[in-house]
Ligand binder design. Structure first.
Ligand code: HSE
Length: 438
C-alpha cells in the first residue's frame, strides 16, 4: 500500500447521512485526530450516485465521482470507507478494495451478515484490514469493547436493544399508550424511521447486527436461516398494557449467547418482555444499549445513540484512526480477530426461556383448567395468570399466562393443543420473557 508520510488518504463511497457526518466530523476534529493518531486524516475522493444532489456539507465538485471503482484505482487512496448500503454492490466494492490492498471501513451490517465469512477470509488472505464499528449499535463502541476491552473473557451472553426505530415505537406505545401505527407515524415524522422502515420493523436490521455480534463473540457466522428473527409489527397496545401490569416492558431484544452446558450458540431477535427491575428496560426512545456478560468481568452495559449522522460517524472515525495506526506502524491485518469458533447453532426448538401467552377464550367455566392441563402435561409450569373481569358481557375474554422456562419446541407443541380447544380462539400472542440473568 503506497502512503505518503503520516497522511491517511480516504476514499469515501457514499455521501448520504453518515458519509456527510464522516466528512464533516473529520474536519471538525482534525487537530485532535492528528495529535492522537500522528496522521492527517483526509478525504481525497468521494463516490456518489448523484453529483448534483444538494448536500449539507460543502464538498469541492472535483472530489466527486459517480464510479466507486475510481476510488479503488486511485493509487493515492489508502482506505475505502464503504457507506453505500445494500449488499450486492457493497460486496463487490469491499472485495475489490481488499484485493487492491486498501483497508476498508464499513458501516454496512447487511453485507456483513450475508457475506461476512467470505469478506473476513479475504481480508486475512490479503493481510488488509476490514473494520466495522459503525455496523452495530451506531455510536456505541461495542465492537471494540468485545474485541479489545473484553479480550480476556469468554462471552457468556449479549443482550441488546440494537434497533433505535423499533425501540422508539415500543417506548411510545408503552409511555403514551398509542398504537403501533401511530408510533410508526411519529417515528417517520421525526426522521427516525427510514423511508422504508421494513428492516427496522421486521427485526432484520437488528438480526444483521446480532449475526455480527455472534461472530465476534463465538467466531461463527450463522446463516440467516440459523437465526430466529421476529419483528414488532404484531405487538398490540393490549400486550404492552398486560406486560406493564405484570412488571415488564416489551423491547425488541437481540440475544446472543452460548448454551449452558455445551458449546452451541443461539442468536435471535424478538420482541420480548424484560423485567422492569433490569436496567435495559429503561432504555427508551431511539437509544440502544448492549449488556455483555463475560466470564471474568461479569455484567457490563454499553448505552448510547444507535443511529444518526454524528453518532455513526464517530464509529467510522474510530476505525479510521485504527487504519492510520496500522499505516504508521506498517502492520497489515489487525482487523477482526474473533475469540474462537465455538460449536454450532442451537436449534430454535431447543432454545429456552419463559413465555408470555395471551389467548382469547370463551368466558365459561373450566377453560382455565383445560389449558392448565395441557401446559402441565407438557411439563410447563405457570408463573402467573391474568384474566381481567369483563367490563361488559362479551363472548370472548383475554386470558394471559406467564409460563416457566420451557424450550420453544415444547411451548409450540402445548400451544398447538391449546389452540385446538373449542373454547380458545386462534388469535393469540406468544412472546418470550427474558430474565437476563446471564
Ligand atoms: N435504522 C437503524 C435503527 C439504524 O433504527 O436503529 C441503522 O442500523
Amino acid at each position: 500500500m503506497e502512503t505518503s508520510s503520516k497522511q491517511l488518504r480516504i476514499g469515501l463511497a457514499g455521501l448520504g447521512n453518515v458519509g456527510s457526518g464522516v466528512y464533516k466530523n473529520l474536519l471538525l476534529n482534525r487537530h485532535i485526530l492528528q495529535d492522537r493518531t500522528g496522521a492527517h486524516l483526509q478525504v481525497t475522493r468521494i463516490a456518489v450516485r448523484d453529483p448534483n444532489r444538494k448536500r449539507d456539507v460543502d464538498v469541492s465538485p472535483e472530489m466527486l465521482t459517480t464510479e466507486w471503482r475510481d476510488l479503488i484505482d486511485d493509487p493515492q487512496i489508502d482506505v475505502i470507507v464503504e457507506l453505500i448500503g445494500g449488499d450486492d454492490e457493497a460486496f463487490k466494492l469491499i472485495t475489490a478494495a481488499l484485493k487492491a490492498g486498501k483497508a476498508v471501513v464499513t458501516g454496512n451490517k447487511a453485507v456483513l451478515a450475508k457475506h461476512g465469512k467470505q469478506l473476513i477470509e479475504l481480508s486475512e488472505k490479503q493481510n488488509t484490514p476490514l473494520y466495522c464499528e459503525a455496523a452495530v449499535a451506531g455510536g456505541i463502541p461495542i465492537i471494540k469493547a468485545v474485541k479489545e476491552a473484553l479480550v480476556g473473557n469468554r462471552i457468556d451472553s449479549i443482550y441488546g436493544i440494537i434497533n433505535g426505530t423499533s425501540n422508539y415505537i415500543l417506548t411510545r406505545m408503552t409511555k403514551a399508550g398509542i398504537s403501533f401505527s401511530e408510533a410508526l407515524g411519529e417515528a417517520r415524522d421525526k426522521g427516525f424511521a427510514e423511508a422504508d422502515p421494513s428492516l427496522d420493523i421486521n427485526g432484520w436490521d437488528a438480526g444483521h447486527k446480532a449475526i455480527i455480534l455472534g461472530w465476534l463473540s463465538y467466531g461463527r457466522w450463522l446463516k440467516p436461516e440459523e437465526v430466529s428473527v421476529n419483528g414488532i409489527e404484531t405487538i398490540s397496545s393490549e400486550d404492552v398494557t398486560f406486560a406493564d401490569s405484570l412488571g415488564y416492558e416489551i423491547k425488541l431484544l437481540g440475544v446472543i449467547r452460548q448454551n449452558q452446558g455445551d458449546e452451541r450458540i443461539e442468536v435471535r431477535v424478538a420482541p420480548s418482555l424484560i423485567p422492569r427491575t433490569h436496567i435495559l428496560s429503561s432504555v427508551d426512545g431511539v437509544f440502544n444499549a448492549v449488556a455483555v456478560h463475560g466470564n471474568v468481568v461479569g455484567e457490563t452495559l454499553f448505552y448510547g445513540s444507535g443511529a444518526g449522522q454524528d453518532a455513526t460517524s464517530s464509529a467510522v472515525i474510530s476505525d479510521l484512526a485504527d487504519v492510520a495506526e496500522n499505516l504508521i506502524n506498517e502492520v497489515g491485518c489487525t482487523g477482526f480477530v474473533p475469540h474462537g469458533d465455538y460449536g454450532v447453532a442451537l436449534p430454535l426448538e431447543e432454545t429456552l426461556s419463559q413465555y408470555y401467552l395471551r389467548l382469547s377464550v370463551v368466558d365459561e367455566p373450566g377453560v382455565l383448567a383445560r389449558i392448565a392441563n395441557i401446559t402441565g402435561e407438557n411439563g410447563i409450569g405457570i408463573l402467573s395468570v391474568i384474566q381481567p373481569e369483563p367490563k361488559e358481557p362479551s363472548e370472548h375474554i383475554p386470558l394471559v399466562l406467564l409460563l416457566h422456562d420451557a424450550t420453544y419446541g415444547t411451548v409450540s407443541t402445548a400451544l398447538k393443543a391449546v389452540l385446538a380447544l373449542e373454547s380458545v380462539e386462534s388469535e393469540h400472542t406468544l412472546l418470550r420473557v427474558e430474565t437476563l440473568e446471564r
